[in-house]
Design a protein around this ligand. Sequence first.
Ligand code: SAM
Ligand code: SF4
Length: 448
Amino acid sequence: MQTTATPRTYRVKSFGCQMNVYDGDRMAELLAEQGITAAPEGEEADLVVLNTCHIREKAAEKVYSDIGRLVKNWDREDGSAPMIAVAGCVAQAEGEEIMARAPAVTMVVGPQAYHRLPEMVRAASAGERVTDTDMPAETKFDALPRRKRSGPTAFLTVQEGCDKFCTYCVVPYTRGAEVSRPYSALIDEAKLLVEAGAREITLLGQNVNAWTGENAKGQTVGLDGLARELAAIPELARIRYTTSHPNDMTQGLIDAHGENAKLMPFLHLPVQAGNDRVLKAMNRSHTVESYLKILDRVRAVRPDIALSGDFIVGFPGETDAEFEDTLKLVDAVGYAQCFSFKYSPRPGTPAATMGDQVSAAVMDERLQRLQSALNRDQLAFNAATVGKTCDVLVERKGKHAGQWLGKSPWLQSVHFTGEAQVGQIVRVEVTSAGPNSLGAVQIGMMAA
Ligand code: SAM
Ligand code: SF4
């Protein structure tokens, strides 16, 4: 098989976190600038970018099965082969291994180098296999095209990397040190997204609340200051941010939840475990008590805040009693929605070589128990909104005439009937609640 000389169509497939979704969109914009167009749904693309995630073993293995499937299912009369690029955190961590293990891959590009994708495509078109996993000093964001398209909701990466070094986590190695994008660049990008149709922007970062920058008056501000400036963009109706670290939850940001009406009442604040010994072994630098105190302070200014978090079960050495502490914490908080994972040893991280690894069977059982507690609370949170009215940002049409889909302020998916348009904010009355969504009827129109 021959690799396609110059790709005419592309497809970007992003795995993992929302930051990868953002990066995937930016890569698509870059390729489009080169005259390469998005492959129509259901058609093979000449160039496939697999934008990978390395956070857990399962996520990392997906890339190899995808490469295999692409090559096996490729069916072109001219005998050409797809051009495959592996991007994202697996590319960063295992670039050499991918090149050795998967000859069909012609490009490996790390998360800090993807602005160089066009040059790499040119080299690959000339028959080279190229790897770029540099973390260059120049910011990739300056080299990316201006934002021109957006749906009603958009992501905006404001901060990248992590200096926290939790003992289980690969992010500090694959994404590098914490870096905040400049204030003015973010305001400019947000304005472009809003001009292109965004009504809600979610600010993204591995530790988004560690973001800091200098505002137009030369003052150093945190995420609350950035959110305040964004709230001044008239057509922008909603602001969200994720993922936050408990240690960077400043009083200013907490207060913003009571003061900034565009900041949605939702907080994703991962705790990971409900036992202080485990938290210390994870190098989490917060305790159960300090975490709960933050939630109290947030609830004091925004009593209806929907709380969310991440949990890891089966961290090395976690005993039954320590796991029970996690269930107690869940009971005490009453989360609206959460992510929970089995601990996955990641090569190169301190926890991977700790003694006392927990067996797969014990992890399975703990995850099941944790998830049934979290599901119970999620359903209870949703059920508590039945009979109430709320605003919904309309994201798309439903399957049937007069049906629409959108999100409540608390990030619940809402299916409603009414007369709406994508991008509008409408008022609905919630009529039913399931574990993952609400049913509602439209009762009014909030804004055009
Ligand atoms: N910076 C965020 C924080 O500290 O809360 C989290 C970012 S991380 C990309 C997303 C989540 O993946 C973490 O909160 C954690 O629950 C999970 N995670 C990270 N490493 C993991 C591992 N080795 N095994 C299982 N889950 C892991
Ligand atoms: Fe990973 Fe911890 Fe950094 Fe979050 S804070 S990205 S879990 S090292």
